[in-house]
Design a protein around this ligand. Structure first.
Ligand code: XUL
Length: 527
């Protein structure tokens, strides 16, 4: 009988499932349930519910549960034998929280296969909607938590990130402040990534250190709840949170609901869930310290695996637990594709013209010019007052194409140095990674080889690989992560771009000039 592993990614707009067969190194099936289109009764747009206040963004947790029924109905209808699934692991959009009453454990333990999940779970919600990562309505609570814990740097040292509006702790505090009666009725608080496994296993599931780190509640060095952070957030919080358990922990066998309704094997294991970013780390094959992915999207994101726990003194980026055991960082640079497109459009070029302009200019522009491409407010470094700053360059200068990409790569090099890990290899993803000239600048500035990755569902794939890893561990077999991901998380063949020694030297010389220019600009705008 085939041995399949299932990864489920409950993300903002859809639920995605990937079934893998590790023996064949093959993806057996990949399917998505789009929330707006397939569950219109929940009234979401792009998976979310908006309020009159634009900073408030929630989603209906029952929709996430209903999507599970939809997904398994579909896989069954296609003739996939879910009896082949040995283990299932979940990836969830990070930070979102689900609030359950004291009846939840009993209801989860006795789900009736004659009825749908949403209908049965509705009575155990103490809050009908879940604040998600797009919610930014908790600035006051962030300030209160920060003050109670001794400042932003202290919060970052303690929990891996400064207090952020979307993080779960500030969201829980707001709930307690605004609806104390409903908070009092709440006996269990779950993350999206622990709510889905709780349904699958029929019992309240632990939270893993990958997603636990997105709450401003976990001690990042011990990967356990931090009593002072809990105290600063809301009363009696400890008894409302599940334990934190390593990402490969088996929560239990799958609930009989799924055995009887969809034909899962009663021995199928449910693994602790994790956040979508920690799961993507695995799905992109970043299983060793120094392995980095750079996603070139609307914003550019730098993800890296590191063995030791290090936190930025300046609160740059986030540190999460990695499902492979160590740590990972996530650093976001807001002026990504947007800035590249602005330069391209200002010069009246298409992408071929943009690439040609990069090819025809020397590394570091031969020392001639620099730009700080803060078209929009920037996250890293923190720039609240946007504005493009140029040195030795004019707006219509073709050299702006190279200058903007060099600035983006140099900012990543400088603002990820606190990790103490030099990248050994970079996996480039996202739309702009198709541009080989951009990848050459990336390789030269970071002084390491770059490989292109085509990712459609890296979080769901990462979850499926986590399920496989956890089953190997549970069976007492040594599970080397490089072996787990082999054949699944592989770069596009022939996409390797190597650094050129002369260009690497040019960027080493450019770094202090760029850093000084950036410092001057930050000082001038009072950042
Ligand atoms: C990470 C974050 C987003 C969500 C998206 O901190 O807020 O990437 O995880 O699902």
């Amino acid at each position: 009988m085939a041995r399949w592993f299932l990864g489920l990614d409950s993300s903002t707009q859809s639920l995605t499932a990937i079934l893998i067969d590790p023996e064949a190194r093959a993806i057996v099936a990949e399917r998505s349930v789009n929330f707006d289109a397939e569950l219109p009764e929940y009234g979401t747009r792009n998976g979310v519910l908006r309020a009159a206040d634009p900073t408030v963004v929630h989603a209906p947790p029952l929709m996430w549960a209903a999507a599970l029924d939809r997904m398994f109905e579909r896989l069954r209808a296609e003739g996939r034998s879910l009896a082949n699934v040995v283990a299932v692991a979940v990836s969830g959009q990070q930070h979102g929280s689900v609030y359950l009453t004291a009846d939840a454990p009993a209801v989860l333990a006795r789900l009736d296969p004659a009825h749908g999940l949403a209908e049965q779970l509705q009575p155990v919600l103490s809050r009908p909607s879940s604040p998600i990562w797009m919610d930014s309505s908790t600035t006051a609570e962030c300030d209160e938590i920060t003050a109670a814990l001794g400042g932003a740097a202290a919060v970052a040292r303690r929990t891996g990130s400064a207090a952020f509006e979307r993080f779960t702790g500030p969201q829980i505090r707001k709930f307690w402040k605004t609806d104390p009666a409903a908070y009092a009725r709440t006996a269990h608080i779950a993350l999206v990534s622990s709510f889905i496994p709780s349904i699958l296993a029929g019992r309240i599931a632990p939270i893993d250190p990958g997603d636990g780190a997105g709450m401003n509640l976990m001690d990042i060095s011990t990967k356990q709840w931090d009593p002072a952070a809990l105290e600063a957030t809301a009363p009696d919080l400890a008894r409302r949170l599940p334990p934190i358990a390593p990402s490969h922990t088996v929560v239990g066998p799958i609930s009989s609901y799924f055995v009887r309704r969809y034909g899962f094997s009663p021995s199928a294991m449910v693994v602790v869930g994790s956040g979508d970013n920690p799961c993507s780390l695995v799905g992109l094959g970043l299983v060793r310290s120094g392995m980095v992915a750079i996603s070139l999207g609307t914003s550019d994101t730098y993800f890296g695996a590191m063995d030791e726990c290090r936190v930025s003194e300046h609160g740059e980026g986030h540190v999460f637990g990695s499902p492979t055991g160590g740590y990972m960082t996530l650093v976001c640079f807001k002026n990504g594709s947007l800035a590249r497109e602005r330069v391209r459009d200002e010069l009246g070029l298409d992408w071929d013209g943009f690439s040609r302009a990069i090819r025809e200019t020397p590394p570091a522009l031969g020392g001639r010019g620099l730009v700080l491409p803060w078209y929009d407010p920037e996250i890293t470094p923190r720039v609240l007052v946007p504005g493009v700053r140029r040195r030795g360059l004019q707006p219509g200068d073709l050299a702006m194409c190279r200058a903007v990409v060099e600035a983006q790569m140099m900012a990543m090099r400088i603002h990820t140095r606190w990790m103490g890990v030099r990248p050994a290899s970079i996996h480039a993803t996202g739309g702009a990674s198709a541009n080989v000239e951009i990848l050459q600048v990336m390789a030269d500035v970071h002084a390491c080889p770059v490989h292109r990755f085509e990712t459609t569902a890296s979080a769901a794939l990462g979850a499926a690989l986590r399920a496989y890893h956890a089953a190997e561990v549970a069976a007492g077999r040594p599970a080397d992560w490089s072996e787990i991901v082999r054949g699944f998380a592989e770069p596009v063949a022939g996409s390797r771009v190597d650094p050129r020694p002369e260009a690497v030297r040019a960027y080493d010389a450019m770094e202090p000039r760029y850093a000084a220019f950036e410092q001057e600009a930050l000082k001038a705008i009072g950042a």
